[in-house]
Write a protein that binds this ligand. Structure first.
Ligand code: GUN
Length: 292
């Protein structure tokens, strides 16, 4: 039986647009908050909203004492514009429609506004900067990288002095995972879309963390026998039989990788639930700090 002390942790989520993977992630985060007794609120905005509307909502959450954690679900949407132009072919005038994407929301400006003390995603540049520097401690570590590290630690995987390869260099996954592994004294290499023959690098790694978003990228030939593989890839593929009409697939050929690796995380059910668990931890830590 839980005893109430009248101090309830609160999480505010900003969701812009209708990306179905973002909708699913936010739905799962809110459900987990309900189960854990964390009060949550979602501020939803359409794709075409003005940056000012998001900034106003963020400022309110920054000031609200019942909110201890704020997250802006990423990526922010881009608007699609259409440009019509005419092309002369075989004396017939043809009209062609070309679309292009415009980033109307400044992600950096928006993330900068999140209060440092409520930045439970750890994406504020000061938190990211502190994560990247030796001897400095960020207030919050980004949830997915923290979840990956927690998996390694809980399963007793040795990290010190091991070769770790991170596939992908995004600000929200690849880069902070590489920084965390380095903090835990692994020798870390990041490979990315421009790396030549990445499999020659991954096949020497004791730990592979992949966040490329490319289904079936990691075959058994990419892996060293006994390697530990963490699959952070989440690519939505159509599946009419799935709950929301699509399912998520990872970067790793799971069965193939299992035949050579010592451990492989599945998608779904591997890193995803860890990300959510770490978000709850960060929100609770923040509430404890802010309540004093
Ligand atoms: N988009 C994909 N992963 C994440 C995450 O961990 N946090 C946020 N805010 N957006 C994401």
């Amino acid at each position: 039986m839980k005893e109430s002390i009248g101090k309830v942790p609160g999480l505010a989520v900003i969701l812009v647009g209708q990306r179905r993977d973002s909708l699913t992630y936010v739905r799962n985060k809110i459900k987990a908050c309900e189960e854990a007794g964390i009060k949550s609120v979602v501020a939803e905005f359409p794709d075409s909203c003005a940056e000012e509307d998001i900034m106003t909502s963020l400022s309110k959450f920054n000031e609200d004492p019942s909110v201890h954690g704020i997250l802006v679900q990423l990526p922010l949407p881009e608007l699609e514009y259409y440009l019509e132009f005419y092309k002369r072919t075989l004396y017939v005038l043809q009209m062609t429609c070309k679309s292009f994407l415009v980033q109307h929301l400044d992600e950096e400006k928006i993330l900068n506004l999140v209060s440092l003390e409520k930045d439970v995603d750890g994406f504020h540049p000061i938190n990211m900067g502190n994560l990247s520097m030796r001897g400095r401690e960020p207030l919050f570590v980004p949830c997915t990288p923290k979840g990956c590290l927690e998996l390694l630690l809980r399963y007793g995987v040795e990290i010190v002095g091991k070769k770790a390869v991170v596939i992908g260099r995004s600000n929200i996954v690849g880069l902070p995972i590489a920084l965390l592994l380095q903090r835990h004294h692994a020798t870390v290499t990041i490979v990315h879309a421009c790396t030549k023959n990445p499999e020659r690098i991954t096949c020497e790694a004791d730990i592979v963390v992949t966040a490329a978003g490319v289904p079936s990228l990691i075959r058994s030939s990419w892996l060293k026998p006994g390697a530990v593989v963490i699959d952070v890839g989440t690519c939505p593929v159509e599946d009419p039989s799935a709950e929301y009409g699509y399912r998520l697939v990872g970067d790793v050929c799971y069965e193939e990788a299992l035949s050579i690796a010592s451990a492989v995380t599945p998608v779904p059910g591997g890193v995803g639930p860890m990300t959510i668990a770490m978000l709850l931890c960060n929100t609770l830590d923040s509430a404890k700090r802010l309540y004093g």
